[in-house]
Write a protein that binds this ligand. Structure first.
Ligand SMILES: NC(=O)c1ccc[n+]([C@@H]2O[C@H](COP(=O)([O-])OP(=O)(O)OC[C@H]3O[C@@H](n4cnc5c(N)ncnc54)[C@H](OP(=O)(O)O)[C@@H]3O)[C@@H](O)[C@H]2O)c1
Length: 294
């Protein structure tokens, strides 16, 4: 790419998703930095090959843009910390947040310099798996930064409804978050429901009977339950926050919000499975029932 289109971009922080965003930006010709202070050995290891800074103050002085990719429950505090520096560039929040939380971050950073993002798909190790949706005034410009690499960036156009209402309506800035909430409400909500159904049957002594009935009338559900256990056990600690953001999103539009508040409790009971290898259904059920594993 031409030299003058290269940007200095900070990724806060290079977790399993963040590092693949960072690599896509590098593949597209940008310089990518990170902040080593307070980060774990795993993050330090993943960040090899990125430009290391000692503090948010240092990276803020260097970066044209900062991308926040952290557990949802840490996103507002991170924005406040960045706001306390002299940062004057674009701030992109790509976390799984309620539109109202994203707007709160936009107001902290200034909506004119804020881009809302939502990522759908696994960490982007190969093209075609993962999309970064973007909304806000600079969405198309930021999407253009991802000219190469595995992550596909998708700027969201304002909806017809938004155009008919008010072109400057704040919801336009956070359409990417609304899309992410709608998508994850089903994907992670359905996993929480299936896991809790298995725990319910176990608590009542009917696990075998339920699985036998499923084999007759709903043959995919046992496999889906087993897959949900393996896929969510290690990440449940941060899904609690995401479910609360989804619950907030339902509440903000006047829909019943208890379903995902309940899913948050399900994932909260699984939080201790963090840092373990993917867990089988039986182990997840034991965690949900707060039974020590044999
Ligand atoms: N992974 C996926 O498949 C996926 C898919 C779609 C969207 N996302 C979104 O991407 C974001 C990050 O997910 P991830 O999978 O990369 O998570 P992750 O692997 O757990 O990494 C999180 C990163 O944030 C840092 N961190 C931990 N606690 C923090 C806090 N309170 N404040 C600021 N930073 C903190 C971690 O540093 P330490 O190592 O020091 O703890 C790590 O570098 C989430 O918002 C998630 O919804 C992920």
């Amino acid at each position: 790419m031409a030299k003058d289109t290269s940007r200095n971009i900070g990724v806060l922080h290079p977790g399993s998703m963040g590092i693949t965003v960072a690599r896509s930006l590098q593949d597209s010709g940008h310089k990518v930095g990170w902040v080593a202070a307070n980060r774990s050995a795993q993050t330090r290891d993943r960040a090899k090959g990125l430009i290391a800074f000692d503090s948010l103050d240092e990276i803020s002085a260097w970066a044209d843009a900062l991308i926040s990719i952290c557990p949802p429950h840490g996103a507002v505090a991170l924005a406040q910390q960045v706001h306390a520096t002299a940062f004057g560039g674009l701030y992109i929040d790509a976390n799984a947040l309620a539109p109202s939380t994203s707007l709160q971050i936009g107001e902290i950073m200034g909506l004119g310099a804020y881009v809302d993002g939502g990522i759908i798909g696994p960490p982007a190790l190969q093209p075609g798996t993962t999309r970064l949706y973007l909304s806000g005034h600079h969405a198309a410009g930021v999407a253009a930064w991802f000219s190469a690499g595995a992550l596909q960036a998708v700027p969201m156009a304002p909806t017809q409804q938004q155009l008919e209402n008010d072109e400057s309506a704040p919801e336009q800035h956070v359409a990417a978050s609304m899309l992410k909430m709608s998508y994850a409400a089903y994907s992670k909500g359905a996993s929480a429901l299936l896991l809790s159904v298995n725990a319910l049957a176990e608590a009542g002594g009917v696990t075998e009977a339920l699985h036998s009935e499923w084999a007759i009338s709903a043959p995919s559900l046992l496999k889906q339950s087993q897959r949900a256990a393996l896929m969510t056990s290690g990440k449940a600690w941060r899904f609690e926050g995401e479910m609360l953001e989804i619950s907030e999103t339902y509440s903000d539009v006047g829909l019943p919000d208890a379903l995902h508040a309940g899913a948050a409790e399900v994932y909260e009971r699984m939080a201790a499975l963090k840092d373990l290898p993917p867990q089988e259904l039986e182990a997840v059920v034991a965690a949900l029932l707060r039974r020590p594993e044999e």
